[in-house]
Write a protein that binds this ligand. Structure first.
Ligand code: FAD
Length: 239
């Protein structure tokens, strides 16, 4: 049985460095799940706009949220075509020549049309899913959103119609012209790790004392933690 894959189309076939392209769901989803942030790209009246936002994934759907008055949310939720990208930067690649410096990275471009999530129940579920995606186990411990908060917030869902991933890993590409040139060559890894939590004293000493410990241990890699949280959400999701 072949692994499920996003269709490789004229839009999503990676032409530049095709060997770095991936289309199987596992590869694409692993990158989406390890990223905290996405960029949503769309065109209004001929003007390209790319809006950074937090997001999460459920199956082949991506979700994001914002103020109901947000131009991005109003526009993309009308079914406008959007391209959502995520990028994880893994390393600087230093070659003997400037032209052959590179980056190690994992990125995804996902295409589809977004729609608004209607109704209070749907919005409440989305609000919880959003919190759980970043902070597993936390939604149930929080003050529930008020009607006004829900009314002034929009959630959008985008079915991924097509998607591609592109991954560069490894060292410097060897080039005859670079051989023996006396410049340092190699890879400088880049990682995002969590710092030590700082409790918010403005909520009162008792609240600080009561705070549920954050689910993420100090010093952990953010991409691995997010991927782990996403796997847990997958396991908990109804079939
Ligand atoms: C951190 C980072 C730094 C980069 N720096 C550079 C740079 O300095 N110069 C440069 O030329 N390129 C850079 N790239 C690669 C860049 O994202 C494009 O892949 C490349 O520019 C080719 O673009 P294209 O539209 O010609 O690709 P094409 O291969 O023609 O694109 C066709 C299709 O392939 C898929 N695709 C292309 N690129 C990506 C991608 N990155 N991720 C997922 N799917 C993709 C899309 O579905 C796209 O529609 C960088 C990528 C990352 C993540």
């Amino acid at each position: 049985m072949p692994e499920p894959s996003y269709p490789t189309t004229a839009l999503t076939r990676v032409r530049r460095h095709p060997e770095r392209g991936r289309y199987d769901e596992a590869a694409v989803n692993a990158i989406l799940d390890a990223a905290l942030m996405a960029h949503v790209g769309y065109v209004i009246d001929g003007q390209p706009l790319v809006t950074p936002t937090l997001f999460w994934r459920e199956g082949r759907r991506l979700f994001w949220h914002g103020a109901a008055a947000s131009r991005m949310l109003k526009t993309v939720a009308d079914g406008l075509p959007v391209c959502v990208t995520v990028t994880l930067v893994d390393g600087l690649v230093l070659a003997p020549s400037g032209f052959h410096h590179s980056m190690n990275y994992r990125s995804v471009m996902a295409f589809g049309r977004a729609r608004l999530i209607d109704g209070e129940a749907g919005k409440r579920a989305a609000a919880d899913a959003f919190i759980e995606r970043i902070y597993p186990g936390r939604a149930a411990t929080l003050r529930p959103p008020t009607e006004i908060e829900l009314r002034t917030t929009s959630f959008v869902a985008m079915e991924i119609e097509e998607a591609s991933a592109k991954v560069r890993e490894g060292g410097v590409a060897p080039l005859e012209a670079d051989a023996g040139w006396p410049a340092w060559s190699g890879v400088i890894p880049i990682e995002t790790r969590l710092g030590a939590p700082v409790a918010d004293a403005s909520l009162g000493a008792e609240a600080v004392g009561l705070a549920t410990p954050p689910p993420y241990p100090d010093g952990q890699r953010l991409d691995a933690l997010l991927a782990g949280a996403a796997r847990r959400a997958d396991t908990l999701a109804p079939a």
